[in-house]
Write a protein that binds this ligand. Structure first.
Ligand code: DC
Length: 225
């Protein structure tokens, strides 16, 4: 049986680092859906296609072949993993992620991936839309300050020079756009397990989640393939 794990929550709640740890532990595929929205934003910006140009976006998206290779996102043969985390893309991505046609296309791609592989997928609408029937769902939260601090450290470690205030502002703006958009806004699924990661380390959150997953797998006599 395919294992499907949904992880949602606001920007910087630690979703991707934690999801990677869990993917390794359970030997399943990690799908970073935020990276897919970021790739759409990157290519749209490169080609000067604005978020109001739905036709332009559809044409562009249809010309993109996206897949993950060991946590790297490859688009039309190019590894875009580092480019998509640049602040220019972070500032614009929510606008593109609010476009219906973009969401429909990526939702389908993500669902197709989950039919082929056992996955842990993180994003904003995984438990509520992409994997509504996920085996288990998590919703990670943390204060905006804590999340901004984590993003700040992550970017500085990668040698990307940023100001903390600007990251915090960006996080607050994105929280607002992501949770107020019309289509599949950020929301906790009724059956998701909520975990506040503010006071826990990444490893501790991964441990708590792994216990939930293992217990549920035992309960249902589930093995992964
Ligand atoms: O997780 P992230 O910060 O890399 O996500 C980038 C943006 O993409 C974020 O502003 C919200 C959007 N997103 C979304 O709308 N739905 C998803 N499933 C994942 C991300």
């Amino acid at each position: 049986m395919k294992l499907t794990i949904a992880v949602d929550g606001p920007a910087g709640a630690g979703k991707s680092t934690i999801a990677k740890l869990i993917a390794e532990r359970f030997n399943i595929m990690y799908i970073n859906t935020g990276a897919m929205y970021r790739a759409v934003a990157l290519f749209a910006m490169r080609r000067n296609i604005g978020s109001e140009d739905a036709d332009g976006l559809i044409g562009m998206i249809n010309s993109l072949e996206m897949h993950f290779d060991k946590n790297k996102l490859i688009v039309n043969g190019e590894d875009v993993s580092e480019l998509i985390i640049q602040p220019e893309v972070s500032k614009k991505v929510s606008e593109y992620a609010a476009v219906k046609e973009v969401r429909q296309h990526l939702l389908k791609l993500q669902q197709d991936m989950s039919k082929k592989y056992s996955v842990i997928m993180d994003g904003r609408d995984i438990g509520t839309a992409v994997l509504e029937d996920a085996f288990i769902k998590f919703y990670l939260i943390a204060s905006a300050e804590e999340r901004a601090l984590r993003r700040y450290r992550e970017l500085m470690e990668k040698g990307i020079d940023v100001e903390f205030e600007s990251i915090l502002e960006d996080i607050n703006k994105r929280d607002y756009t992501d949770s107020h958009r019309e289509l599949n806004p950020l929301r906790k699924a009724a059956d998701a397990i909520e975990i506040d990661s503010s006071k826990l380390s990444i490893e501790e959150v991964a441990e708590v989640m792994s216990e939930h997953i293992e217990n549920k797998m035992k309960k249902y006599g589930m093995t992964v393939n």
